[in-house]
Design a binder for this molecule. Structure first.
Ligand code: CO
Length: 211
């Protein structure tokens, strides 16, 4: 068990061989640089691997993951990824993908202490507070948790639209769509929440930046 990590290195060699067999130019082309069309903001959960569940290959998706797929506007890590993806790579789509059964969201629904992470989960509690009327009305805890996952994703989509990075791209008429999705670990399917932003019109004016 102690040396279980060796399996990963062995798998890597097998994967390299397979890629070369399928396409002898695979690594040569990737070495030229990346030109991904998508930025993925997902949960760190090991069951939600961006490329695998979307059938995309190396080079296709720029990825940022954190606990509960949050867009926290003071998070330098997220902002740097967003800025690079939008301003340099010029991705055309940003996908916030949450997942049902998200441990972070479930923890935020409760009152138990988990340590330092409680401060991260606070951001998710703030989302609950914004939507408490709808959520508290759901008596079934499982249904409430599923809806909380959805409204959390929707909130993160809005929070992306509030950034100067996304707004400046829209102002420059750079094609940029922001989407909200939820992955179901129970059946592997992704649900499109149909909250899709292509401009600032759906955002309260208080968040609109001038040029
Ligand atoms: Co999660």
């Amino acid at each position: 068990m102690k040396r279980s990590y060796l399996k990963l290195l062995k798998n890597n060699k097998a994967w390299v061989a397979e890629q070369n067999r399928n396409d002898p130019n695979f690594f040569k082309e990737l070495a030229q640089g990346q030109n991904p069309e998508y930025l993925w903001i997902g949960c760190s959960d090991s069951r939600v691997p961006a490329n695998q569940i979307t059938g995309t290959k190396s080079g296709e998706v720029f990825v940022h993951r954190n606990i509960a797929n949050m867009v926290v506007h003071s998070d330098m890590n997220m902002l740097s990824v967003l800025s690079y993806a939008v301003e340099v790579l010029k991705v055309k789509h940003i996908i916030v993908c949450g997942h049902y059964g998200c441990g972070g969201v479930l923890a935020a629904m409760g009152n138990k202490q988990f340590g330092l992470i409680d401060n991260w989960l606070r951001h998710i509690k703030d989302v609950y507070r914004l939507h408490y009327k709808e959520l508290d009305a759901l008596a079934d805890k499982e249904l409430r948790a599923r809806r909380f996952v959805e409204v959390n994703v929707i909130q993160q989509v809005y929070d992306l639209a509030k950034t100067s990075i996304v707004q400046n791209a829209w102002r420059k008429k750079q094609p940029l769509h922001v989407h909200g999705w939820v992955y179901d670990v129970k059946d592997g399917l992704i649900k499109d929440l149909k909250v899709s932003f292509t401009g600032m019109k759906d955002l309260h004016a208080i968040y609109h930046f001038e040029k």
